[in-house]
Design a protein around this ligand. Structure first.
Ligand code: G3H
Ligand code: ZN
Length: 284
């Protein structure tokens, strides 16, 4: 069923695993991720950035596509459709009205008081609709669609406490050294801050930039209250590599099903391996 993230993340935090957010880019992503979740009996979060939604035809198209695939597949595991890095109250409202079950309001680039004010507004509307809300503090490095950072700023645990207490959000993404896209060298995650945040706020934590984080860091983050891990680039790389390989091997090929099909299988395999690494398999 389509549900908010609230319960799946609380269960994850309680039982020491994280639920993956896998970003949608087109139909094949939705197919691959839903199939992986059902096979693994894993809860799953379908992340949709504003840019990806535009590419697919808008929020309504995304919701209709996901719902009809779930009907066609007879999906039994919990699935959330989540707006990734929502840029404003208006965008969050549009997603909620289109049928998204979860939204992120990313006002992390604003001063704390403004971040709190807009996040509060989003929570009020979202909770009326049974929709969960994620907020962010600090700066995730790298670039993802419209979200560009020129540096990494670690979230301040005291600000995290203020934001959570003032807003009633369902989960918090404190940026602690993670990066969108591939890492240059080893990631340097702020586990001390993560522990401090774990001890001051009750809600599950979110780790952005899941691509390229070593398993030992993933496990440590989960042990410190991280119950949601976002992955996008790793699926894109797996798909692109596979499509390139097939097209290089068969220069005469033109039927999209014959190269996008293998690309889809590559996404599915990647998602399955992440679900096992995050511990969410067999938890639905
Ligand atoms: O919001 C989406 C994620 O944080 C994705 O990060 O592309 O580095 O896996 P990634
Ligand atoms: Zn992100």
């Amino acid at each position: 069923p389509l549900v908010s993230m609230k319960e799946m993340l609380e269960k994850g935090k309680e039982n020491g695993y994280a639920v993956g957010q896998f970003n949608l880019n087109n139909l094949e992503y939705a197919q691959a991720i839903l199939q992986a979740a059902e096979e693994e009996k894993s809860p799953v979060i379908l992340g949709v950035s504003e840019g990806a939604a535009r590419y697919m035809g808008g929020f309504n198209v995304v919701v209709a596509m996901v719902k009809s695939l779930m009907d066609a597949y007879g999906t039994t595991v919990p699935v959330a459709i989540h707006l990734d890095h929502g840029s404003s109250f208006a965008k969050c409202a549009e997603a909620i009205h289109a049928g998204f079950t979860s939204v992120m309001i990313d006002a992390s680039h604003d001063p704390l008081e403004e971040n709190i004010a807009v996040t509060k507004k989003v929570v009020e509307l979202a909770h009326l609709h049974g929709v969960s809300v994620e907020a962010e503090l600090g700066t995730v490095g790298g670039q993802e669609d419209d979200v560009v950072a020129d540096g990494v700023i670690y979230a301040d645990p005291k600000e995290c406490k203020k934001l959570v207490e003032a807003t009633d959000i369902d989960c918090l993404a404190p940026a602690l050294g993670s990066v969108h896209g591939p890492y240059k060298g080893e990631p340097n995650l702020g586990f001390e801050e993560m522990e401090e945040i774990l001890n001051t706020v009750q809600i599950p934590l979110v780790l952005h930039g899941g691509t390229g984080i070593p398993t030992k860091d993933i496990q440590r983050a989960i042990s410190l209250g991280t119950a949601k891990i976002n992955v996008n680039t790793e699926n894109q790389i797996a798909q692109a590599n596979k499509v390139r390989e097939v097209l290089n091997e068969k220069p005469d090929l033109y039927d999209p099903r014959k190269y996008l099909g293998p690309g889809k299988d590559a996404i599915k395999e990647t998602v399955i391996s992440k679900m096992r690494e995050f511990g969410s398999s067999q938890k639905a």
